[in-house]
Design a protein. Structure first.
Length: 395
């Protein structure tokens, strides 16, 4: 049912209810009036009777009293009859009013329904047009919202880029200052450590354990590197004879007896080092030209030495493989590494001399000079102590 029809129906229903209400009020009022007239008639009769009795008593007129009483009762009866006769008439009028209101309500409903039937097509058309307008409006609103959203996102993105660029430009000096501030301490620490090492610790590390005579002593293998850039001589005293030290020295190397140094640190770098705590008979033979590796065979950097000289219980000299030019071409230093045993009153003095030459370039000086100097000292010092512990039977 259309909204217009519903409105007419509501009005007709409202009129019917109003007429019914008025009819009910008229009926109620009529009953009240009839009752009130009857009550008043009876009241008047009672008053009259009371007064008549008073008069009769006062004057002692018996006959008059009876006559008056009958007259009053007769009149009261007439009044009651009239009231009874009037009450149905009033009720009939109230019923008529209610019937008339009902007829009017039905007529209003019939008129509303007839109007709806006559204008049903027009109403449906209005409803359909309203729906079309609503759909079109919603579509237009959605399209407008989408366009506005896209435009807003584009503007916001452009604004964000501009803000980012502005922030980047503004904070660039600040970030540079913070970067410099954060780098100052590490750089200062490194430079300080380098200065302290080169000023006070380098000579001690390069010549750890050796005396002045040993540092100037000619040792086997010195002729291999004729003009070295680096010469390091280290030494340690062992409470054992050279014959007892030699078996540990001759099995030196990766996949042999080990390096007797910090295995965990070397294995952390993937060198696959396992230092033996006992003499291994299968590695007691070493000849000139053999190779001694410091890392596993497939390691990214080939740290392999060639045996240059073997003198049992006296000296083991290793050198870089190939020629000096080949070592330089591969970016490696040209090295001789001599392990010399000297007997001193039943004890053994183990001397180690490292002589190296490399290209005169910044990278070569940094990497082949300073770069390996400290790690080489740390690992070689531990190697000397490892050989001493094993030769003295303290492992």
């Amino acid at each position: 049912m259309s909204s217009v029809t519903e409105e007419w129906v509501k009005r007709a229903e409202k009129a019917r209810k109003e007429m019914s209400k008025r009819g009910a009020k008229a009926n109620t009022r009529t009953r009240k009036l009839a009752g009130r007239a009857s009550d008043r008639a009876q009241d008047y009769a009672g008053v009259a009777v009371g007064r008549a009795e008073d008069y009769a008593n006062a004057l002692e007129l018996e006959d008059w009293w009876k006559s008056a009483r009958e007259t009053v009762l007769e009149r009261a009866g007439d009044l009651a009859e009239r009231a009874q006769e009037t009450a149905p008439e009033v009720r009939d009028k109230a019923a008529l009013y209610g019937l008339t209101a009902g007829k009017l309500g039905r007529r209003y409903l019939e008129d509303a329904e007839e109007w709806r039937r006559e204008h049903e097509d027009e109403i449906e058309r209005y409803i359909e047009e309203a729906r079309d307008y609503t759909t079109a409006g919603l579509s237009a609103a959605a399209a407008g919202a989408g366009y506005a959203g896209a435009k807003a996102r584009a503007v916001a993105g452009e604004a964000g880029e501009r803000v980012s660029e502005t922030v980047e430009d503004v904070t660039k000096p600040i970030r540079r200052a913070l970067l410099v501030r954060h780098l100052v301490r590490p750089i200062a620490f490194v430079l300080g450590a380098v200065i302290i090492y080169r000023r006070w610790l380098r000579s001690w590390a390069r010549d750890w354990g050796s005396n002045q005579a040993e540092r100037h002593m000619n040792l086997p293998g010195d002729e291999i590197v004729k003009n070295p850039r680096e010469v390091q001589t280290r030494a340690i005293s062992i409470d054992a004879s050279p014959a007892e030290v030699w078996p540990w020295l001759v099995q030196f190397g990766q996949n042999r007896g080990g390096l007797y140094s910090y295995d965990w640190l070397e294995n952390l770098a993937g060198c696959d080092i396992h230092s033996a705590d006992q003499i291994l008979p299968q590695y007691q033979q070493l000849e000139k030209g053999d190779h001694v590796r410091l890392v596993r065979e497939d390691y990214p950097v080939d740290l392999t030495f060639e045996v240059a000289e073997v003198e049992p219980e006296k000296a083991l000299v290793l050198r870089s493989p190939g020629t000096r030019q080949e070592a330089f071409a591969d970016g490696f230093p040209w090295v001789s590494w001599a392990f010399v045993l000297r007997e001193e009153g039943g004890r053994t003095r183990l001397l180690v001399r490292w002589r190296s030459d490399y290209k005169d370039t910044f990278f070569s000086r940094f990497w082949n000079g300073w770069g390996i100097e400290i790690p080489h000292f740390v690992m070689e010092r531990k190697t000397l102590k490892g050989i001493r512990q094993r030769a003295e039977g303290r492992v």
